[in-house]
Design a protein around this ligand. Sequence first.
Ligand SMILES: Nc1nc2c(c(=O)[nH]1)N[C@H]1C(S)=C(S)[C@@H](COP(=O)(O)OP(=O)(O)OC[C@H]3O[C@@H](n4cnc5c(N)ncnc54)[C@H](O)[C@@H]3O)O[C@H]1N2
Ligand code: MOO
Length: 403
Amino acid sequence: MADVGVPVSAHRDRILELVSPLAPVIVALGDALGLVCAVDVPATISLPRFDHAAMDGYAVRAADVAASPVELPVAGVVAAGDAAQVTLAPGTAWRIMTGAPVPDGADAVVPFEWTDRGADRVRIDQAVPVARHIRRTGEDVPEGVLAVAAGTALAPRHLALLAAVGVVDVAVHPAPRVAVIATGEEIAGPADLPGHVPDSNTVALSAAARAAGARETSYGPVPDDPALLLDQVATAAEAADLVVTTGGVSAGDHDVVKAALCDREGFWFGSVAVKPGRPQGCGLVIASDGRQVPVVALPGTPVAAYSSFRLFAEPALRALAGRFPEPTGRAVLDAEVAVAGDRTLVLPAAYVAPGRVAQLPGHVGHSQRLLADADVLLVLPPGSAPLPAGDEVGILPLGSGDR
Ligand SMILES: Nc1nc2c(c(=O)[nH]1)N[C@H]1C(S)=C(S)[C@@H](COP(=O)(O)OP(=O)(O)OC[C@H]3O[C@@H](n4cnc5c(N)ncnc54)[C@H](O)[C@@H]3O)O[C@H]1N2
Ligand code: MOO
């Protein structure tokens, strides 16, 4: 009887042990989207940078307008961008624009709507409390205080905050470089030969790598020649942080990846208790600059290749990019689902309502059609009893367009 294999989590952990976050690089904010901040970043200037008006109106002393309506002489106009710091004499007002520095001595801004908008003198119809419509220096983020913490995956809102606190570049873990190598005589040979199979794995895994935030390069496909495969892996490792192969890992006479790498120190090939995707492998090769480059060897069967990429290669990419831990998606089953005995079962499913999923009908093991139609992959742990409707299960989201 076939070996059931090691649990999915054990194989993922074996791969994660081969991986550590890539050394930080400094990039301009404009190039940092999606990358993970490698260090705590403090504010280099306060936000706001100076006390400024939050409304167009008149800067006053609140005490001078307490008995409104009152009329005050207008000393002049301050606009956003004015460099000179002006002073408010008691019993006067400065006409002030949103974003302009508040004159020394002023402690409130009266919006235009509560005045007659006068130029030389202004009638103020309503009293304002001290501090009204003034944004104080550093009230959002004081200079020197943490703005974005190490480990943050930089989204547009983080980049905006960093820019606002005077940061122009940031130390990040770079996007990992992934090399994808498909294998197999039927993939590598001339397309017009009978028996040729289009290389869908290179397309799928390159795109999945990009969707996971990596930069991908594809090599091959490589025919069933172990020496050629070793060459290609070595070439790929020179310019990659992770090498992913597909095919050639099971028990056939021409299983080229296994044949080329299984005797290498530190490589493991064997069965993982998951359906699809049982035959798997992993290990490290050394690049000429001394870098240890992890190799994740996935099965060739296209649905198994894709789901195994999500289960085993994507966590490695996240770890290289400094992202921990893996987010775990959950959804509720809308209908009963049979499980796979002693293996984890990965099944294409669709949302029937927000947060509720159902297995796609017509599942026949390795359907690329169902994978394309699905919204999520259910990840159902080993077990014997079917999972009833209403159970919460783990999912790998597939998304619309981003996965
Ligand atoms: N005697 C056994 N046979 C098989 C076992 C086993 O345990 N004992 N495992 C089966 C399972 S499960 C899987 S999954 C496959 C995996 O085999 P390989 O990783 O060696 O993959 P290949 O044999 O190279 O290809 C399998 C299948 O996928 C097609 N393929 C491969 N690469 C691509 C590609 N780039 N694009 C599109 N399609 C691809 C290939 O033509 C084959 O049809 O082994 C089972 N056998
Ligand atoms: O385990 Mo394989 O990937 O099912 O066919």
